[in-house]
Design a protein around this ligand. Structure first.
Ligand SMILES: NC(=O)c1ccc[n+]([C@@H]2O[C@H](COP(=O)([O-])OP(=O)(O)OC[C@H]3O[C@@H](n4cnc5c(N)ncnc54)[C@H](O)[C@@H]3O)[C@@H](O)[C@H]2O)c1
Length: 440
């Protein structure tokens, strides 16, 4: 099948490369010339496990090409995916300008039957707005389908190739047939869920908001554990075994980040407000998550009295492991607060240093290390912000030797508190109150 993907970011590039590897002929189009050139040379501009190898393979077989020309890209397209940004606009509402602008540009190019697919996360009513834009100058029949993407960064290739569900929102049986055929190599009849377009659009926001709620709920339980002397890991096991609750997304930490949860929760609050509905749970969620991001800074301030003049090592910048994405990452807020409080910071991340350097530009007091242990030199404490595997497997002896003071603030609960104390660390984590010697 001839497929065009507009926007080659996390979703578009992964989707394009995966569909090419499934046997489709894919043209990816992006306005970013440098990105297109990098991709043509066989290099992925983002870090995502498995992506580089799959890109090389599909480029070599000729099943994927990259261009900056939308016009060229859709000449033979049967399906056009819109994988464009929908960042927060004013009031947190989803900014649809990228999607609607491309719909306008597509309009005169629709001269044969095309299925146009909204892959971007967009509020209810967007498919209709895209349809109206395209209809303005289209000279052939077309359909617009809402097909939200549920992949997780860090597992994006795996998730795209093994979806637990493919949601198709459309009333057009003809378009459904086309997409069933497109997804046939990776989705079974059971995993394709067909519905009207408004429900498909809302399903994506509901999924992300529900997951963010689970995370924040557990973070509040963890904060309560700290005050009551309970252990959030035990509580998690105690509730996660209940099938109605489920084991996933119950890990306490310093809050969610990334390009999706924060913006999607905000956008749903605003979409609700636009129709006169006050979405109270989600409003609280935003407040809870904003506070949670500061947990380690609070713990360190309590521990040291003040942070002025302290030197802090930070492990982890990406919003989660196995990605270089730092959008809305808790590390950014944490570092900003440390610097504002007069501390200096040396940070390390396996993949996200370059993005973070660009974000902070030349910020006085902030340096980066090329090795996790080099980041520790002369540090008064270590903050752990992203649970990369390399940190979980850290050499604790070296860790202790390199730190000026053996103090750790672990925002992802990657170590066992008792073990850390036995190794001579003062170890703070989230919702696990053991910080030092326990009475025998
Ligand atoms: N990142 C995720 O994990 C994820 C998961 C599910 C859904 N989503 C949703 O998918 C959408 C895309 O997200 P992303 O993370 O891939 O975004 P991204 O910012 O990584 O990529 C968007 C790409 O679109 C390109 N672009 C912008 N305007 C363009 C235009 N006019 N023509 C062609 N290309 C253009 C940009 O240059 C960029 O390469 C968003 O709505 C997001 O909410 C993201």
């Amino acid at each position: 099948m001839n497929i065009t993907v507009v926007g080659t970011g996390y979703v578009g590039l992964v989707g394009g490369v995966c569909m090419a590897s499934m046997g489709h002929q894919v043209t990816c189009v992006d306005i970013d010339e440098a990105k297109v050139e990098t991709l043509r040379q066989g290099k992925t501009p983002i870090y995502e496990p498995e992506l580089q190898a799959l890109l090389e393979q599909t480029l070599a077989s000729g099943s994927i090409v990259f261009t900056t020309s939308l016009e060229e890209a859709v000449v033979a397209a049967e399906v056009v995916f819109l994988a464009l940004p929908t960042p927060p606009g004013e009031n947190g509402e989803a900014d649809l300008s990228y999607v609607l602008q491309v719909a306008e540009q597509l309009s005169p190019l629709v001269d044969h039957y095309m299925v146009i697919v909204d892959k971007s996360t967009v509020p209810v009513g967007t498919a209709q707005r895209v349809r109206e834009k395209i209809a303005a100058q289209a000279t052939a029949e077309f359909a617009v389908v809402s097909n939200p993407e549920f992949l997780r960064e860090g597992h994006a290739v795996h998730d795209f190739m093994h979806p637990d569900r493919v949601v198709l929102g459309t009333d057009s049986e003809k378009a459904r047939q086309v997409l069933r055929e497109l997804y046939a190599p990776i989705a079974t009849a059971d995993s394709i869920i067909e519905m009207d377009e408004a429900s498909a659009e809302l399903a994506k926001y509901a999924a992300n908001s529900f997951l963010a709620t689970k995370v924040s709920f557990m973070n509040e339980i963890a904060n309560l554990c700290d005050l009551l002397g309970a252990n959030v890991d035990a509580v998690r096991l105690g509730i996660g075994s209940d099938e109605r609750i489920g084991r996933h997304f119950l890990q306490a930490g310093i809050g969610y980040g990334g390009s999706c949860f924060p913006k999607d929760v905000q956008a749903l609050v605003q979409a609700a407000s636009n129709v006169g509905y006050d979405f109270k749970i989600l409003q609280s969620l935003i407040a809870v998550n904003t506070e949670q991001k500061l947990r380690l800074v609070e713990q360190a301030t309590d521990h040291f009295g003040a942070l002025e003049g302290k030197h802090i090592a930070v492990w982890g910048l990406a919003f989660k492991p196995d990605t270089d994405d730092i959008r809305e990452a808790p590390a950014l807020t944490t570092i900003r607060h440390l610097l504002d409080a007069g501390a200096t910071v040396t940070a390390y991340d396996p993949e996200a240093i370059s993005n973070t350097q660009q974000y902070f530009s030349d910020q006085p007091g902030l340096t980066f290390a090329t090795d996790p242990y080099d980041a520790l030199s002369a540090a008064d404490a270590l903050f752990i912000i992203t649970e990369w595997k390399v940190f979980k497997q850290a050499d604790l002896v070296q860790l202790k030797q390199r730190l000026a003071q053996p103090v750790i603030f672990d925002g992802r609960n990657i170590f066992d508190p008792r073990h850390m104390w036995e190794q001579g660390f003062t170890y703070y984590s989230i919702g696990r109150p053991l910080k030092g010697p326990v009475a025998a």
